[in-house]
Design a protein around this ligand. Structure first.
Ligand code: GLN
Length: 278
């Protein structure tokens, strides 16, 4: 049953990537010749730089909505929000001639903020899902995520199947929440506003496990005593930026910028800077 989840997710990811890139796979995008669709988008992005015609909520600005408690994709360093997504937004902004402004909000509010014109782009280690695609457009993907399971070091939970009937902590409205509620029953899933609140509950014995993206999981486990990550992965997914369905010009421009940033190695070097363990 759990194997089914992995297979289904991988399939959605592949299908999603194929649909999003039009042709070729998203992992090819570092090759020298961009896919046909990407070339067109890149050209329109270049045009946008010259003429500054990319429409945004506030002229000249790219307002990015995120939830800055998702290391290493976004987190606070003092009062500044830094991380992979912040740097990718900065690189996109540079390409498009837009100044990036980051707005921190609950993860749950990001899609609404973007779709109602309060922000231009959501960059939040956000997984592409068919459900979300009903409300928002996703850019081409720029990273892969994995849903991991964190347990206490002395836990009897050794596999995904052992989660049956246990209390599982998740971050509200994340894919970890959606899959766990689906697989193990809403009544067994405890939803927290922040990932670290879920991890805190685990170390206090209030939940038996936490399902969360692997990179924040690694960061939480290294900063919290007595926790470990299960070897078995729960699901594989693709991260992308979300942009309003009403702003396809911005979507094309962002995809163009992403294609260039993948081709010249910028995206990979940003990922490598923050992701130490693969
Ligand atoms: N990748 C997960 C999702 O999209 C979690 C993202 C997050 O918490 N920032 O649901």
């Amino acid at each position: 049953m759990m194997f089914k989840r992995l297979a289904a997710m991988a399939m959605t990811a592949v299908l999603g990537a194929a649909l999003l890139t039009g042709c070729g796979s998203s992992t090819d995008s570092t090759s020298e010749a961009p896919a046909e669709g990407a070339t067109t988008a890149a050209e329109s992005a270049t045009g946008a730089v010259a003429t500054s015609t990319v429409p945004t909520v506030t002229e000249g600005k790219l307002i990015m909505a995120t939830n800055a408690y998702f290391p290493p994709y976004e987190y606070y360093e003092g009062s500044e929000i830094v991380g992979i997504d912040a740097e990718i937004a900065e690189a996109i902004g540079e390409k498009l001639g837009l100044e990036v402004e980051i707005q921190d909000m609950e993860f749950d509010s990001i899609i609404t903020a973007v779709s109602t014109g309060k922000a231009d782009i959501g960059l939040a280690g956000m997984t592409v899902t068919p459900e979300r695609e009903k409300n928002i457009n996703f850019s081409d993907t720029y990273a892969t995520g994995i849903q991991s399971v964190i347990v206490t070091e002395d836990s009897d939970i050794q596999s995904i199947d052992d989660l049956q009937g246990k209390k599982i902590g998740v971050q509200l409205s994340t894919t970890g929440d959606l899959y766990a509620s689906d697989d193990f029953g809403e009544e067994n899933v405890e939803k927290f506003n922040k990932g670290n609140d879920a991890v805190m509950a685990l170390s206090q014995g209030k939940v038996d496990a936490v399902i969360i993206d692997n990179q924040p999981a690694l960061s939480y486990v290294s900063s919290t005593q007595g926790l470990k990550i299960l070897d078995t992965q729960y699901a594989e997914e693709e991260y992308a930026a979300c942009i309003s369905k009403d702003n396809t010009e911005l979507l094309d421009a962002v995809n163009g910028a992403l294609a260039e940033l993948k081709a010249d190695g910028t995206i990979q070097s940003i990922l490598d800077k923050y992701i130490v363990t693969e």
